[in-house]
Design a protein around this ligand. Structure first.
Ligand code: NAP
Length: 247
């Protein structure tokens, strides 16, 4: 089947890796459904992803609101009658320190990074199981594997998504529904740009390839895992990090 008949939902599509994934998927001919909160940035990405024969729709959605997520996913499915893929890229990266613990900061990060991945998956999985195909790609982080000082909740939230990826992969395997993760190292996006500028020498030393990834370099592996080229890959974490962990 041609990609032009396929539909992929992308969260975090208004910025960074999610935006790059939406652009890559639309370049490959997929119809894209862009989820974010910022109206102007979503409209910009819609303009970048609309092309001949490719639809691009935007949806403003707070991903921590379970009912709202279900409603938007039902709305999309009622129009398309099929969904081929979901990219869960939305996330936040805030400092938390266990020695200076407060409930609110941890809750905020878990709500967006973990529940903001779980709710879209829950809203979509029954539909994917019924139709008998589909691919979910969760964007996690190298910090889920290595930890990161002063970002305790962030690394824990990404660890939780890493485990969720494997469990949902097991749930979906017999129904031809695949669930994988792409694991970025340091990537130059709105989330990290300032920090990168301040710490560029540190990252040069840490990353064997001596530079951060471009968002487009993370987007291509995401698109691969969404595609039928990855038809026998499920439950895996694909690291995209310039050799970081070899150092
Ligand atoms: N950049 C890196 O170096 C790096 C490394 C490892 C992992 N990651 C992971 O990659 C993913 C994308 O990061 P990025 O660098 O592309 O970040 P980004 O440029 O800051 O984009 C974050 C996206 O998440 C959306 N978002 C945040 N909170 C939301 C909420 N409550 N409801 C709905 N949408 C929400 C934002 O939407 P609005 O702006 O419209 O609100 C935005 O589209 C994240 O999961 C991040 O943890 C990034």
């Amino acid at each position: 089947m041609a990609n032009t008949e396929k539909h992929v939902i992308v969260t975090g599509a208004s910025s960074g890796i999610g935006r790059a994934a939406a652009v890559e998927l639309s370049n490959q001919g997929y119809n894209v459904h862009l989820i974010g909160r910022n109206r102007e940035r979503l409209a910009k990405v819609q303009a970048e992803t609309l092309r001949d024969g490719v639809q691009s729709q935007t949806y403003r959605l707070e991903l921590t609101d379970k009912d709202a997520v279900q409603q938007v996913f039902d709305e999309i499915y009622s129009k398309t009658r099929r969904i081929d893929g979901l990219v869960n890229s939305a996330g936040i990266f805030n400092t938390t320190d266990v020695l200076d613990y407060d409930d609110q900061s941890w809750k905020e990060i878990m709500d967006v990074n973990f529940y903001g991945t779980l709710y879209p998956s829950l809203a979509l999985l029954p539909k994917l199981f019924d139709q008998g195909f589909g691919s979910i790609v969760n964007v996690t982080s190298i910090d889920a594997f290595d930890g990161i000082l002063d970002y305790d909740a962030y690394s824990a939230s990404k660890g939780a998504v890493t485990s969720l990826t494997k469990t949902l992969a097991l749930e979906g395997a017999s129904k031809n529904v695949r669930v994988n993760a792409v694991v970025p190292g340091i990537t130059d996006t709105e989330m990290t740009h300032e920090r990168l500028l301040e710490n560029i020498e540190k990252y040069r030393k840490k990353v064997p390839m001596q530079r951060p990834a471009k968002a487009s370099e993370v987007a291509k592996p995401i698109a691969f895992l969404i595609s039928d080229d990855a038809s026998y890959i499920t439950g895996q974490s694909l690291h995209v990090n310039g050799g970081w962990r070899l150092a």
